[in-house]
Write a protein that binds this ligand. Structure first.
Ligand code: NAD
Length: 244
């Protein structure tokens, strides 16, 4: 059984969807988890629910694109447990416009949240992880980060996350920080609920079903734990055979 007792984790975009399930699973394994999100009400409600069932969880409002908000979140961790072991860069947004319909501003917004947000998180969290000998960073990319799609900003941001993952893994390996990416296929959440792409994607998936947030969270748990101690700089596709 994976035991994260004594460890502290940050999960961005943790107020709902996959992030909420990832935060809960890490907390169930014994970690103290700081759930960070722009959705204050959902985050507070989730933290209350999980705390009520005996888990060590807190919520902190955080826009991943804001360097000062990251600094505040790290101050909260410092005061709360005094250490940081796990960072899950899960926050993400999608904009399905094709290039001819998308403004530069809309492009920048997606890149800012999905790619730059993870960059700032790694840059600011790594020094705190180093203070206790290292840690594990998990970036939630997508199987969209392996080919082209009709959502160019989202697809490009997820390719960028894979590049960031590999580069950060090299840079921080000596400091004991591992950096890996998870590339999920279709997981039905608020990000894509009601999308006309759901049915055809399921039909194109060899397993003929969408994935569950719990299945992604199990991989987060593995990559966050000592069981994956020699794994860094890798992408893990979890998509029922879609990319195969
Ligand atoms: P979701 O929309 O339910 O959750 C995303 C969370 O990120 C939300 O809670 C949202 O408030 C938060 N968020 C958005 N912008 C933020 C910001 N600037 N700062 C902090 N938090 C912010 O979607 P989800 O499906 O749970 O997605 C989680 C991650 O998984 C995303 O990175 C997404 O791209 C990725 N992903 C999802 C799928 C899928 O099929 N659902 C597939 C592949 C990858």
């Amino acid at each position: 059984l994976t035991d994260l007792t004594g460890k502290t984790a940050i999960v961005t975009g943790g107020a709902r969807g996959q992030g909420a399930v990832e935060a809960e699973l890490l907390a169930c394994a014994g970690a103290s988890v700081l759930i960070c999100d722009v959705l204050q009400d959902d985050g507070v409600a989730l933290a209350e629910k999980l705390t009520g069932s005996g888990l060590n969880v807190r919520f902190q409002a955080l826009d991943v694109t804001s360097e000062s908000a990251w600094a505040t979140a790290l101050d909260v961790v410092q005061e709360w447990t005094g250490r940081l072991d796990i960072l899950v860069n899960n926050a993400g947004i999608i904009n399905r416009k094709i290039i001819r319909d998308m403004s530069v501003e809309e492009w920048r917004k997606v890149m800012d949240v999905n790619a730059t947000g993870a960059f700032i998180g790694i840059k600011l969290c790594a020094p705190m992880m180093m203070q206790t000998g290292g840690g594990s960073i998990v970036n939630i990319s997508s199987n969209s980060g392996f080919s082209g799609h009709y959502d160019p900003a989202y697809t490009s941001s997820k390719w960028a996350l894979r590049g960031l993952t590999r580069s950060a893994a090299m840079e921080y390996a000596q400091e004991g920080i591992r950096v890996n990416a998870i590339c999920p296929g279709l997981i039905v959440t608020d990000l894509n609920r009601g999308s006309p792409h759901l049915k055809p994607m399921i039909e194109m998936t060899p397993m003929k079903r969408s994935g569950e947030a719990e299945e992604v969270a199990q991989l987060v748990l593995f990559l966050a734990s000592e069981g994956s101690a020699y794994i860094t700089g890798e992408d893990f596709v979890i998509d029922g055979g879609f990319t195969a």
